[in-house]
Each structure stands twice: as structure tokens, then as C-alpha cells.
Design a binder for this molecule. Structure first.
Ligand code: NAP
Length: 286
């Protein structure tokens, strides 16, 4: 029986990235739907629920993607609300790569040392990756500060993360080099989660900071988020800091993404969001 993945995407054109990754993870056929909104979900999911009975249900699964994480969360809720009793299929949410990328970054950072009680700053943390990483680091006990160029935006994002992960997250405005330097005082780690091609942390600032031990950057597009680093650095030791570039994080992200999609077909009742993807990632070498 063929492994069939139903790809529900809020963008007009369902993500090619997610499609290729699905095939690389062992999916044999993809059913792709774009421009998806919650009212359209139930009938599509019913098509997956009512075609294969009993143990065979595990050969069908749903993947929720697209660039809008909030829209993705609503679609996933509609997917789950369509199920009843044992009549269900496994489902995964990774809108904009938010979960798999954040999980990979956090796993790399945690490979250096535990973070409980330590200050971690997420620069430009208001995007999908930064917000998911903030929640996961807070669940590990870190004192997380999520920054934005706009205070209101950082507070809104921190509140969403705090509610979603049931944790405390601080917010701060960082829109100048002085503010960047100030927020990194006493910090143990920093994750640069800014938009592609956005340099957030100059070399002099990170090299001279005496408390920073771990630096991670998810931006692979020059200029990189952390100045004078390399995207392939995978735990490179420089000036007493351990540094992870976007390509090393991205490599782990691909392993995590593929493993999660593959696991969807191991049973018919898996629900993979940030926390579950994080747990699966623990079985993958960093
Ligand atoms: P995003 O939403 O595109 O951007 C994150 C934040 O960056 C924005 O909310 C914005 O924050 C800030 N920002 C935008 N332009 C800026 C500028 N000119 N100066 C300073 N800050 C700016 O990011 P995302 O989708 O979460 O992705 C984060 C990063 O991860 C991106 O670089 C993306 O390319 C990368 N990524 C990597 C992988 C991988 O596998 N390695 C996978 C997915 C994404 P404020 O407006 O609040 O200041």
C-alpha cells in the first residue's frame, strides 16, 4: 500500500521544498493543496480518514505547511477536529520550517551546555523560527528574551509564545548597536533569528562579550546574522565562544524534517508540533 501524504499549504503554490523533502523521507505519493483555509480542511481530511481502515490508516498522513504559521496552526486544529475515535491519521505542522529549524538550532545550542537558569537572547525573534525557538528554550528552563526593532511587536510575540508554550518569555526592543550590546550583557547564549540577509551582531560585539558562550545563526544569506562567522561552522570555537552557522543548523534541520515525515507513517495517531518534533530530534546525532 502506497504511503500518501496530503500537503495542506496556506500559500497559493504548495511548498516545493516540503514536497521534495517528503519524497526524500519515503513518501510515495503527494496530494498537494494550496490556498487552504480552515473551512476547506475537513472534507480533504475525510478523504484520508475514510479510505484506508484499521492498521492501513497509517499509510496516509497530513502535512501542514505554508509561510503563515498562525494560519498553519488554525489549519492543524481543523485537521485534528476532523478526527473521531480511532478514525484518524498522523499529522505534522512545519509552516515556514518553523518547527524543524527552531528545533535544530536549539539542539545545537543545547549540545554545548544546559541552559536552565541562563539568559538567552533571541535577536529578531519575532519570526516563525525565533518564536518557536524561544518557546523550546524556555521549556528547557532558560531565561529567554525575545527582541524586535519595535517594542510592541516583541511584547506581542513574547505573549503569543508564553501562551503557546505555557512559559515565561521577556520582550525587548533592540534597534541599535547600543541596544544590542546592552541586551547581551550577562547573556549566556544568543540566537540570531533575523530575516535572510540581515546582520544583527557585529564581530567586535560578540568577541568582546565576556559571558557569551554559545552563538547560533539561522540566516544563511549574506550578510550573515553574526558578522565574521561562516555558515558551515558547526560548533567552531572562537574567542571562547562556540558558534553554529546556518548551514550546520540547516543540515540538522533536514535530518529532523525527513525523520519526522517518515515517522508519520509508523502509526495513524501521531501529532507532530514543536514539542513532539523536539523529542524526535533527540534521537538524531547533532
Ligand atoms: P522572518 O520572519 O523573515 O524574520 C524574522 C525577523 O527579522 C522579523 O520578524 C523582523 O523582526 C526581523 N527583521 C526583518 N528585517 C530586518 C532588518 N532589516 N533588520 C533587522 N531585523 C529585521 O524570519 P523567519 O522566517 O523566522 O526565519 C528566520 C531566519 O531563518 C531567516 O534568515 C531564514 O532565512 C532562516 N531559515 C533558515 C532555515 C534553515 O534551515 N537554516 C529554515 C527556515 C528559515 P522585527 O520586525 O520584529 O524587528
Amino acid at each position: 500500500m502506497k504511503k500518501i501524504l496530503v500537503q495542506l499549504d496556506n500559500d497559493k503554490f504548495p511548498s516545493v521544498f516540503d514536497a521534495i523533502t517528503a519524497y526524500d523521507a519515503g513518501v510515495e505519493h503527494l496530494l498537494q493543496y494550496g490556498d487552504i483555509t480552515p473551512p476547506q480542511v475537513r472534507d480533504l481530511v475525510y478523504g484520508a480518514m475514510f479510505t484506508r481502515g484499521g492498521d492501513e490508516l497509517k499509510n496516509s498522513a497530513v502535512f501542514v505547511g505554508g509561510s503563515d504559521v498562525t494560519a498553519g496552526e488554525k489549519i492543524l486544529k481543523e485537521v485534528v477536529d476532523s478526527f473521531f475515535g480511532p478514525v484518524r491519521v498522523s499529522a505534522m505542522l512545519d509552516s515556514n520550517g518553523c518547527n524543524t529549524t527552531a528545533v535544530a538550532a536549539v539542539r545545537k545550542m543545547l549540545s554545548v551546555d544546559e541552559v536552565s537558569g541562563k539568559k538567552i537572547v533571541i535577536l529578531a525573534g519575532t519570526g516563525p523560527v525565533g518564536m518557536r525557538a524561544a518557546g523550546l528554550l524556555a521549556l528547557e528552563g532558560a531565561d529567554v528574551i525575545l527582541t524586535s526593532r519595535n517594542l510592541e511587536k516583541s511584547e506581542k510575540a513574547a505573549a503569543i509564545v508564553a501562551a503557546r508554550f505555557k512559559c515565561d518569555i521577556s520582550a525587548a526592543k533592540v534597534s541599535s548597536l547600543e541596544e544590542t550590546k546592552e541586551i547581551l550583557t550577562d547573556a549566556f547564549a544568543v540566537l540570531c533569528a533575523g530575516a535572510a540577509g540581515t546582520m544583527l551582531l557585529p564581530e567586535a560585539m560578540w568577541a568582546e562579550n565576556s559571558t557569551l558562550r554559545v552563538l547560533a545563526d539561522v540566516n544563511a544569506v549574506p550578510p550573515l546574522g553574526i558578522e565574521k562567522t561562516k555558515p558551515h561552522w558547526n560548533g567552531k570555537e572562537v574567542a571562547g565562544k562556540t558558534i553554529f552557522g546556518a548551514l550546520s543548523i540547516g543540515g540538522l534541520k533536514m535530518d529532523i524534517h525527513r525523520k519526522c515525515v517518515s515517522q508519520l507513517f509508523s502509526r495513524n495517531d501521531l501529532l507532530l508540533d514543536a514539542e513532539e518534533i523536539y523529542d524526535i530530534a533527540k534521537s538524531i546525532d547533532k
